[in-house]
Ligand binder design. Structure first.
Ligand code: OXD
Ligand code: MN
Length: 596
């Protein structure tokens, strides 16, 4: 006999089939055989080009208009507008559903509708959650198999738990009979819609990962952040790493940086410092739950990495390179080499003389165009990463001792500083700012507030979210909570040159933060928080002068005088729900800067 949930699932699948009118329905089981079958469909349709140089790996290019997340087409349709807040697009859920129903009507005509059961987190884990994505894209099926735990096991758990998020996706390109398909069907009219109270996602018109792999941003961040608010956990845009110091003490660190600001690189860091070891737990999303001991434990709900390709190379992230060398990967919008491998800007020092560009055009070195789109991606299994920590699938997660917030700022924010306490740390998260990147459509390089690096991923009102963060201090003692740090790898000198070398040298900042966590204090109070004392950051074997270190750690009165009005404006934009505690923090900062 079928359980109620299975009936509900079947009912939902029937209802969506009636609406979208596919030619066929296929339930995914996640097997190897199925994967081969899906890949063969994609090869036959010329969507996938198998790589000669990497096993079970494929080159793929999108429609040039469908290359990034579409934030202006992303909606949080809570019942009340005041629950979506000023940082989200909102529409009344009934009104939105009627628009979507019209768009989805017949949208899968001529295509196969895939039913994709998946788990976020390990199947059966205490904090894991489940979903079923319906999609008309075999590219989505192949990618979901890498990025989530997809198939039979997840379905069994859905039968047991009676809980799943309904995640509906269509590329919005019905295929008329006799008409030849394009390699990347999509629709210029895009909608990425979350209904948090109904635990539903409706995504229309795009095949790009952040818009179409619904377990990732739509579920594990937007829907899960709302669930976290209601259920008492956090769903965050954070990497998770494990650091082992030379004395074999282990610390776990979570770090929130906006999209395309180096989370994957930090998560797989090869430390420049002798005797230090970094291992990877996750590179993009962390769910944080309180353990029985009152500490925060982080787990990575994903199963793969969907990393930005350009800038990932043997010099900057050798562990990501080793991960993809093992194959089983999908490369989208990068360049194809003449001998059947992939290449992108920043992969190797030597630039190939000839490539096929992401636009499928012949490309020669010296060309004024980039060979790969700046937001081109590799999609690869996390288990293949040589630095993956053995506990990355620990269902209860790992205890976090420090949280880093950071962005891409060419001035004002020093290389690193520490919050005085939890409330101050929440202020640092709430005021996080960064220059925009190619991960979303729109202008690149514009400074914007990106609170907790969650601006595009908040499933509810930003003011309520800040309150939720503040409230954690009343659940446990301050001592149990992670210490909070703010980092900026991207500060530049007057000539526009980066002041800090970054990448493996960032291990020096990790070391200082861990010393702070361990109470081996080497900092001083400044107007903005605790700053490393001169010489406290280990610069051994690094060719950097004390003067340059002072510049990269400088707190400039005039730069902060320019910054404070921007924070003011931001808090006013959040409106009545902006917590008073954070206004107090701003006043304190203002007084501190004034008296510098
Ligand atoms: C991502 C993003 O793809 O943040 O991780 O856009
Ligand atoms: Mn991300």
């Amino acid at each position: 006999m079928q359980t109620k949930t299975l009936d509900n699932l079947q009912e939902w699948v029937d209802e969506i089939a009636l609406l979208t009118k596919p030619d066929k329905i296929y339930w995914c089981n996640g097997s190897e055989l199925e994967s081969e079958h899906i890949n063969n469909i994609l090869i036959e349709k010329k969507v996938f080009t198998p790589l000669k140089k990497k096993p079970r790996s494929f080159w793929c290019t999108s429609d040039p208009s469908d290359v990034a997340r579409v934030e202006d087409r992303t909606f949080i349709c809570s019942k009340e507008e005041s629950d979506a807040g000023p940082t989200n697009n909102w529409m009344d859920p009934d009104e939105m559903k009627s628009i979507l129903e019209e768009l989805f009507d017949g949208s899968m005509n001529g295509r196969t509708m895939y039913v994709i059961p998946f788990a976020m987190g390990v199947v059966g884990g205490r904090n894991s959650k489940y979903g079923v994505q319906i999609s008309d894209s075999p590219y989505v099926v192949a990618s979901m198999r890498i990025m989530t735990r997809m198939g039979e096991e997840a379905l069994k758990e859905i039968r047991k738990t009676h809980e799943f998020v309904k995640a509906l996706h269509s590329v919005g390109a019905p295929l008329l009979s006799g008409v030849e398909d394009v390699t990347w069907p999509c629709n210029p009219n895009k909608y990425i819609v979350q209904f948090p109270e109904d635990k539903e996602i409706w995504s229309f018109g795009s095949g790009y990962g952040g818009n179409a792999l619904l377990g990732k941003k739509c579920y594990a961040l937007r829907i899960a952040s709302y669930l976290g608010w209601k259920e008492g956990f956090l769903a965050e845009h954070m990497l998770i790493l494990k650091v082992t110091s030379p004395d074999k003490i282990i610390n776990y660190i979570a770090a929130a940086f906006p999209s395309a600001c180096g989370k994957t690189n930090l998560a797989m860091l090869d430390p420049a410092l002798q005797g230090w070891k970094v291992e990877t737990i996750g590179d993009d999303i962390a769910w944080l739950h309180f353990g029985d001991d009152g500490r925060l434990y982080a787990s990575n709900p994903e199963n793969g990495f969907f990393g930005v390709a350009p800038g990932t190379g043997w010099a900057t992230n050798p562990n990501a390179m080793r991960t993809i060398e093992l194959g089983n990967s999908i490369f989208t919008n990068v360049a194809l080499t003449d001998d059947g491998d992939v290449w992108w800007e920043g992969m190797t020092e030597e630039i190939p003389t000839h490539l096929t560009s992401w636009k499928r055009q012949s490309w020669t070195s010296g060309s004024s165009e980039l060979s790969s789109h700046p937001n081109s991606r590799f999609c690869t299994p996390a288990s293949q990463c040589p630095t993956i920590a053995p506990e990355w699938e620990n269902p209860d997660g790992v205890p976090i001792s420090a949280i880093f917030f950071g962005g891409r700022r060419d001035s004002t924010l020093p290389l690193v500083f520490q919050a005085r306490n939890w409330q101050h740390g929440v202020f640092l998260g709430a005021t996080l700012s960064s220059e925009t990147t190619a991960a979303a459509t729109g202008e690149v390089g514009v400074v914007r507030r990106d609170p907790f690096a969650m601006l595009p991923f908040l499933g509810y009102h930003a003011g309520d979210y800040f309150k939720h963060w503040l409230s954690l201090a009343s659940v446990t003692s301050e001592n149990n909570l992670p210490k909070i740090f703010y980092v900026n790898w991207f500060r530049k000198d007057r000539n526009g040159k980066f002041l800090w070398p970054g990448f493996s040298e960032n291990s020096r900042v990790l070391k200082w933060a861990i010393e702070q966590v361990r109470g081996e204090t080497s900092s001083r109070e400044s107007a903005i928080g605790l700053i490393p004392l001169p010489g406290a950051i280990d610069t051994e074997n690094l060719n950097i002068s004390p003067e340059l270190m002072a510049e990269v750690l400088n707190v400039s009165k005039s730069e902060w005088e320019n910054e404070i009005p921007l924070i003011h404006k931001w808090f006013e934009f959040i409106g009545d729900k902006m917590p008073l505690e954070l206004w107090d923090e701003l006043s304190f900062l203002e007084e501190n800067i004034a008296s510098m």
